[in-house]
Design a protein around this ligand. Structure first.
Ligand SMILES: [Zn+2]
Length: 165
């Protein structure tokens, strides 16, 4: 678990005992019915599967990568590090914190996604959301790597006299 311990204390996915404690990912009471985590939680907790055949197979396959503990869903990542699963409404803050926060270095989308995983969070549309977030950042647009080359090659000009008149 060394990887988790090195992260910032505010966002570390440390398992809390009792109550939501203001942390992300365990807002059990106000979980939205469209929450992507709910079918996985239903399966892990009660063995309940959706009626749709394709969804049923999908949930059964994906569920092995998840752990439900203390009202919080975690995803197993490489090295058995547990990443706290966030709902779509909770992703903006860690994403902004990783991009332009204290330790943020305005990384591009792909790097940003690894940064958030290091912080101990995950959600299914992470890569896409990180790409979009980095594209919308204003300082990133001002300080982008501009190409200073002219848009077309320079035209050679011929002099009408071979010597200075
Ligand atoms: Zn930025």
């Amino acid at each position: 678990m060394g990887e988790v311990d090195r992260t910032a204390p505010v966002y570390s996915p440390r398992i809390r005992r009792g109550g939501s404690g203001g942390s992300y990912g365990n807002s059990h009471e106000n979980r939205h019915p469209d929450d992507w985590r709910q079918p996985i939680i239903d399966y892990l907790q009660h063995g309940k599967l959706p009626d749709d055949v394709h969804k049923k197979i999908d949930i059964r396959q994906r569920a092995s990568r998840f752990v439900y503990f203390n009202d919080t869903l975690f995803r197993r990542s490489f090295g058995e590090v547990l990443l706290r699963c966030l709902s779509s409404t909770e992703t903006a803050q860690p994403m902004n914190e990783a991009h332009l926060g204290v330790c943020g270095a305005h990384q591009s989308g792909a790097k940003l996604h690894f940064q958030i995983k290091k912080m101990g969070y995950c959600w299914p549309t992470m890569v896409k959301d990180c790409m979009e977030n980095a594209q919308l950042c204003q300082p990133c647009q001002f300080h982008a790597n501009f190409i200073h080359q002219p848009p077309e090659p320079l035209h050679p000009t011929t002099t009408s006299w071979s010597f200075d008149a």
